[in-house]
Design a protein around this ligand. Structure first.
Ligand SMILES: NC(=O)c1ccc[n+]([C@@H]2O[C@H](COP(=O)([O-])OP(=O)(O)OC[C@H]3O[C@@H](n4cnc5c(N)ncnc54)[C@H](O)[C@@H]3O)[C@@H](O)[C@H]2O)c1
Length: 445
C-alpha cells in the first residue's frame, strides 16, 4: 500500500520532502524537515529567494541564518526554480499565498499554479499536503480532481491531505516543533501518511476525519481572533466615549481565572492572516446561502480603527489649536505587529495614507522597516514611498504629534514622552509611570 510505503520511507528518513513556496511558512518548514533528517527541496518561482536559500541567507525572521547555513552546507536542503525536481519528492507540501481579490473573494490562483506544477509531475507513491489557508473543500473539490485527471487514483497511487500552518512570526516561545499540527486527509490513508510526516518535526499531531475539517479548523482559529479583536476594539471606542480606561478594564476582567480570555484593541488588523482568512469562510458560507454575521460585523469594526486613530490625532491637535493639515506627524512603528519586519496589511499604511490625505506631513520610524511603499489601494494620500527616519531628539521635538502604531520593544518610550508634545498611543506601549510623569499630552485608544 502507498500509505505503508511512504510511512516506511519517512521512518527510515529516506523520504524526500518538497516544499512549494519558500515564504514565511515554507522556509521554516523546509529547514525543520531538513534539520530532523528528511532531505528537503524548496521550490520557488522567485529566483532571488531560491538563490538566497542556496547561499544560506535567511530572509525570514524566524529562520536563523546559522540553522539555514547548516542544512544547506550539509546538502540536506536546497532550493530550485526547476519544478521537474518535484518528481523526485516523496512528499510535497504546498505553502503558497492565499490572498483576496479586490472584491474580497478568495484568490486561490497560487494554489492552482502550484498544484498544476505538481500535477504535471505526479507519480505513483507521492503524498501531497496543502498548507495554505483556504476555504473548506479546496483540497477535495479542487486538488483531488486535478490529480485524478492524470489517471492516478487516490490511495492506490497517491495520497492527499490538508494541514494548516499555525506559525506565529516573531514568537520565540512557540516555533514549528512545539505548535501542535492538525492533519486531515481526503482518505484515512492520506491522514495517516501526513500525520507520520509531521510527527518528524512536531511534538503533537492532531488527526481529524477529513481535509474539510482541517481547513475549517484553521479558519475558525483566525476568525475567532478577528471577532474577539473586533469586540475589544468596540469596547475601546465605547470606553473612549464613556471616559474610561479600556486597558484598565481589560486588565481587571482578565483577573477572572475562568471564562474570560483577554483580547486587546489596536489601530486595526494587520498581517497576511487575520484580516484575510475570515473572508475565506464567509465566502464559502455564501456559496451555501448562509450569511456569516459575526465575520461581517468584526470586519466592519476592525476596519474602522485606522480612521479612529486619525480622529484621535485630529482631536489631540485640535486641543492645541492646530489642524491636521500642515502638522508634522511622526508614526512610530509601521510593521503589523511588534518586533517583526512585515508590513503586509499593516494598519499603519492606512493611517499614514489618511493623514497625508488630510494634509499632514508624515514621517515614520521603524527599526525593522527601512522603506515603506504604498500599494495601489492606498493612494488617497499620494502614495509616495517613505523611508524610516532616525528617532533623534530633533525629530521628536519637531513632531506636532507622535502616533505609536506598533509597540516595538527596542524603542525608548521614556525619551519619546520626554521630547514629544502630543502622543497617541494605540497599543498601550506607555506604562502607567511614563503616562503619569510625561511632559507630553498622551491620548490612548
Ligand atoms: N505568514 C504567516 O504568519 C502565516 C501563518 C499561518 C498560515 N499562513 C498561510 O500560509 C500560506 C503562505 O503564507 P506565507 O506568509 O508563507 O506567504 P509568503 O508570501 O511569505 O510566501 C509564499 C511564497 O510562495 C512563492 N510562490 C508563489 N507562487 C508559487 C508557485 N506557484 N510555486 C512556488 N512558489 C510560489 C512566493 O514567491 C513566496 O515566496 C498562506 O496561505 C497563508 O495564509 C501564513
Amino acid at each position: 500500500m502507498i500509505k505503508d510505503e511512504i510511512i516506511s520511507l519517512i521512518g527510515s528518513r529516506r523520504a524526500r520532502v518538497g516544499v512549494v513556496g519558500l515564504g514565511y511558512v515554507g522556509l521554516p518548514l523546509a529547514v525543520e524537515f531538513a534539520r530532523r533528517g528528511l532531505p528537503a527541496t524548496g521550490f520557488e518561482v522567485d529566483a532571488a529567494k531560491a538563490d538566497a536559500v542556496n547561499r544560506g541567507q535567511s530572509y525570514v525572521g524566524d529562520v536563523p541564518a546559522a540553522a539555514l547555513q547548516e542544512v544547506v552546507s550539509e546538502g540536506r536542503l536546497h532550493a530550485t526554480t526547476d519544478f521537474d525536481e518535484l518528481a523526485s519528492c516523496d512528499a510535497v507540501v504546498i505553502c503558497v499565498p492565499t490572498p483576496l481579490r479586490k472584491t474580497k473573494e478568495p484568490d486561490i490562483s497560487y494554489i492552482l499554479a502550484a498544484a498544476g506544477e505538481i500535477q504535471r509531475r505526479l507519480r505513483r507513491g507521492q503524498l501531497v499536503v496543502l498548507e495554505s489557508t483556504t476555504y473548506p473543500g479546496t483540497t477535495d473539490e479542487i486538488l483531488l480532481p486535478m490529480f485524478e485527471d492524470k489517471g492516478l487514483k487516490l490511495d492506490a497511487d497517491f495520497l492527499l491531505a490538508f494541514s494548516p500552518e499555525r506559525v506565529d512570526p516573531g514568537n520565540p516561545r512557540f516555533q514549528t516543533h512545539n505548535i501542535p499540527k492538525v492533519v486531515g486527509g481526503c482518505t484515512d490513508d492520506s491522514t495517516a501518511a501526513a500525520a507520520a510526516l509531521y510527527a518528524v518535526i512536531v511534538a503533537e499531531v492532531h488527526a481529524v476525519s477529513s481535509a474539510r475539517v482541517a481547513e475549517a479548523a484553521k479558519l475558525l482559529e483566525n476568525t475567532f481572533r478577528a471577532v474577539n479583536i473586533g469586540m475589544a476594539n468596540e469596547m475601546a471606542r465605547l470606553c473612549y466615549h464613556l471616559g474610561i480606561d479600556t486597558w484598565e478594564v481589560i486588565g481587571a476582567a482578565a483577573t477572572k481565572p475562568f471564562g474570560f480570555m483577554p483580547f486587546y484593541p489596536g489601530p486595526g488588523l494587520g498581517g497576511h492572516c487575520i484580516p484575510l482568512d475570515p473572508h475565506y469562510l464567509s465566502w464559502k458560507a455564501r456559496q451555501h446561502g448562509f450569511e456569516s454575521r459575526f465575520i461581517g460585523l468584526a470586519e466592519e469594526v476592525n476596519s474602522r480603527m485606522p480612521e479612529h486613530v486619525v480622529r484621535l490625532v485630529a482631536g489631540g491637535l485640535n486641543a492645541e489649536r492646530k489642524a491636521v493639515n500642515g502638522s508634522r506627524v511622526l508614526v512610530v512603528g509601521v510593521a503589523y505587529k511588534r518586533d517583526i519586519a512585515d508590513v503586509r496589511e499593516s494598519p499603519a499604511l492606512s493611517i499614514i495614507d489618511r493623514l497625508r490625505a488630510e494634509g499632514a506631513e508624515v514621517a515614520y520610524h521603524d527599526p525593522y522597516i527601512a522603506e515603506l511603499r504604498f500599494e495601489e489601494a492606498h493612494t488617497e494620500g499620494g502614495g509616495e514611498p517613505l523611508s524610516s527616519v532616525a528617532l533623534t531628539d530633533e525629530e521628536l521635538r519637531a513632531a506636532d504629534c507622535c502616533v505609536i502604531v506598533t509597540d516595538h520593544s527596542g524603542v525608548d518610550y521614556g525619551r519619546l514622552c520626554e521630547l514629544s508634545k502630543l502622543v497617541v498611543d494605540t497599543r498601550n506601549a506607555l506604562g502607567r509611570d511614563l503616562r503619569r510623569h510625561s511632559r507630553a499630552r498622551i491620548l490612548r485608544l
